[in-house]
Write a protein that binds this ligand. Structure first.
Ligand SMILES: [Fe+2]
Ligand SMILES: [Fe+2]
Length: 192
């Protein structure tokens, strides 16, 4: 099959009704897409993989099924192994080697995109003006976006051999153009 982000979106939305999960997929897609451009990856395939990485979470919300049972569905649908292997590799409990740029980028963008998204949701100007410093401060507050695994955020930056500040900046910049799809305000919405 031809791998396109639109086809991935179709698969995602067939299995996922939750707006929060769809937004998570869009956020990770934007970040992974930005890194595809930076690193010379196949942007369409990388975006499709990012959209699909949690596509089965709604039907398989436990780690004995997600994402491994989802992978079987993707295989049946004819997605290539390159996509399926990368989807599987995002899961820490499967302990798979992250031996391609796509696998490293997907892992590095998963938790951080969710975290930056959460930071934007509590700011009157959304992501506009959000600096790495304040993201890092919130990372140190365990009660803020408590579901985000901090150790995976730090491990992701390391895996990409990036300073955490640069990784955060890249993710913030990637999410800004889709702020409204993510339900975020922008500076234009803030009272003067
Ligand atoms: Fe996942
Ligand atoms: Fe995810």
């Amino acid at each position: 099959m031809e791998v396109t982000r639109d086809r991935a979106w179709e698969t995602l939305t067939r299995y996922t009704q939750s707006e929060a999960l769809r937004r998570h997929a869009l956020a990770v897609e934007a970040s992974v897409g930005a890194y595809a451009q930076k690193l010379g990856g196949d942007e369409e395939l990388w975006r499709a993989t990012a959209l699909l990485h949690d596509f089965d979470y709604e039907i398989h919300p436990t780690l004995d099924k997600h994402p491994q049972d989802g992978a079987a569905i993707l295989r049946e649908e004819g997605w290539p192994e390159e996509v399926i292997e990368a989807v599987l590799s995002h899961a820490e409990h499967l302990v798979m080697p992250r031996d391609t740029p796509l696998k490293r980028v997907l892992f590095a963008c998963d938790e951080l995109s969710g975290f930056v998204h959460a930071c934007g949701l509590v700011r009157p100007t959304g992501l506009d003006g959000l600096e790495p410093k304040s993201v890092k401060k919130k990372l140190k507050q365990p009660s803020f976006a408590a579901g985000v695994h901090r150790d995976e955020v730090y491990a992701g930056a390391e895996l990409l051999e990036l300073e955490l500040d640069d990784h955060i900046r890249n993710v913030v910049a990637a999410l800004q153009p889709i702020a409204s799809e993510l339900g975020l305000r922008t500076a234009a919405d803030a009272p003067a």
